[in-house]
Design a binder for this molecule. Structure first.
Ligand code: FAD
Length: 389
């Protein structure tokens, strides 16, 4: 049998179909040609050429790629996961960009929007000509979104929205915001063109994580929308949670890329650098770490692939997504922290990708359901006892 490839030790990619492999190679090529040289700069400056990226991702067919129709590619879930993995190998912020557009904003409109919403927004969003964001979290409502204060009330034939959303990815560059608000009929979702009077987006500054990503506070001050702006059917948290479940799927695949990038950087570095007269990779303590890293990266990859197969089979349960999100983000963070130590002083530099990934993964641990929330979901799934409150 062939010697295992250090970069795909369990030969997981051998199980990919031709389309899935083609998408992997296309995203890797795009990353190499257009992203890798620039990402450290975006991270350092906290600036992102959002329009240019949207156009590039749109041309690659990544935006809403697993959705059907309206200019979306309709790929397998595994193909979408692999694309997330290759993007997050560059930076979690870039994967977040694609996740928010495709799995949160576009998915919400595709799944819950009216035919009019879909026709108006999805083709432009798939092409990268329009950007969307997803406003659920508020300053005082994070893990408990049911306590949100943003309110929509009817006024004649219109809706009027008031409230504040916080930590909204791509909020400052979006053309449309999907905003969840309390109404007399429970929580409902609204399609809000960001040019509507009363809507403002303020950049969240001073982030030490996910810096190659734009984050915003959205202020809705008497935003008046027609009756047609509301998602017609869905009421309650089922609406936003269905979207988060999609995005979490992209995350559990994506972080495998971040972990792999950290492992590869540590492997390359410790093979090249010598101390005490031999490569760092030749010391037993370093090999212990490399062995742990290769195990974590491949175990997370296997979890992602299995969850992807369940999703493609149409049998994936949200508790299995919680399993993957919790397990894989934890693995990736451990890999990043260990790899960071292996690069010594260079490990803290932006000249190497490792600390950037490590800091990003702190955001990934928190958003889309904190590690604790997913632990509580798993706890409930195996015991039948809810312990959330
Ligand atoms: P809290 O809910 O206040 O939690 C703080 C801590 O308490 C956590 O450790 C949590 O696990 C713990 N905790 C809470 N409740 C319990 C409990 N019952 N038992 C035990 N522990 C508990 N949101 C959006 O809507 N759209 C976006 O696009 C978006 N992008 C984001 C981008 C970034 C960079 C970041 C950092 C966040 C983003 N978020 C977004 C928000 C994110 O989803 C929330 O931060 C997350 O849901 C956690 O909410 P919180 O920060 O208010 O923390």
């Amino acid at each position: 049998s062939p010697t295992p490839d250090p970069h795909d030790f369990l030969d997981l990619d051998a199980g990919l179909g031709d389309d899935e492999r083609a998408i992997r190679d296309a995203v890797r090529g795009f990353a190499r040609d257009r992203l890798l040289d620039r990402v450290a700069d975006w991270y350092e400056t906290g600036a992102l050429p959002a329009r240019e990226l949207a156009k590039g991702f749109g041309e690659l067919g990544l935006l809403g790629m697993h959705l059907e129709g309206y200019g979306c590619a309709g790929t397998s879930a595994v193909a979408y996961g692999v694309a997330c993995r290759e993007l997050e190998a560059v930076d979690s912020g870039l994967r977040s960009f694609v996740s928010v557009q495709g799995s949160l904003a576009m998915y919400a409109i595709h799944r819950w929007g009216s035919e009019e919403h879909r026709a108006e927004w999805l083709p432009r969003m798939a092409a990268g000509d329009a950007l969307g964001c997803f406003g659920l979290t508020e300053p005082d409502a994070g893990s408990d979104p049911g306590s949100m204060r943003t309110r929509a009330v009817r006024d004649g034939a219109d809706w009027v929205l008031n409230g504040t959303k916080m930590w909204i990815t791509n909020g400052t560059v979006s053309d449309v915001a999907v905003v969840w608000a309390q109404t007399d009929e429970g929580i409902r979702g609204f399609v809000v063109p960001t040019a509507t009077p009363g809507f403002t987006a303020n950049e969240v500054k001073h982030k030490l994580s996910l810096r190659a990503s734009l984050t915003a506070e959205l202020v809705l001050d008497g935003v008046r929308l027609p009756e047609s702006a509301v998602f017609p059917e869905v009421r309650g948290l089922r609406g936003p949670l269905s979207c988060l479940n999609e995005a979490r799927y992209g995350i559990l695949f994506g972080v495998v890329g971040a972990a792999r990038a950290c492992y590869q950087a540590a492997l390359e570095y410790t093979l090249a650098r010598e101390q005490f007269g031999k490569p760092l990779a030749g010391f037993q303590l370093t090999q212990r770490k490399l062995a742990d890293l290769v195990v974590e990266v491949n175990r997370a990859g296997l979890v992602a692939l299995q969850i992807g197969r369940l999703k493609d089979a149409g049998t994936l349960h949200r508790d299995q997504v919680s399993f993957g999100k919790m397990a894989n983000v934890r693995s990736a963070l451990e890999v990043a922290r260990t790899a960071r130590s292996m690069l010594g002083a260079n490990g803290i530099s932006l000249e190497y990708p490792v600390m950037r990934h490590m800091a990003n993964l702190e955001t990934v641990l928190t958003y889309e359901g904190t590690e604790e929330m997913h632990a509580l979901s798993l706890g409930q799934a195996v015991t039948g006892i809810p312990a959330f409150r």
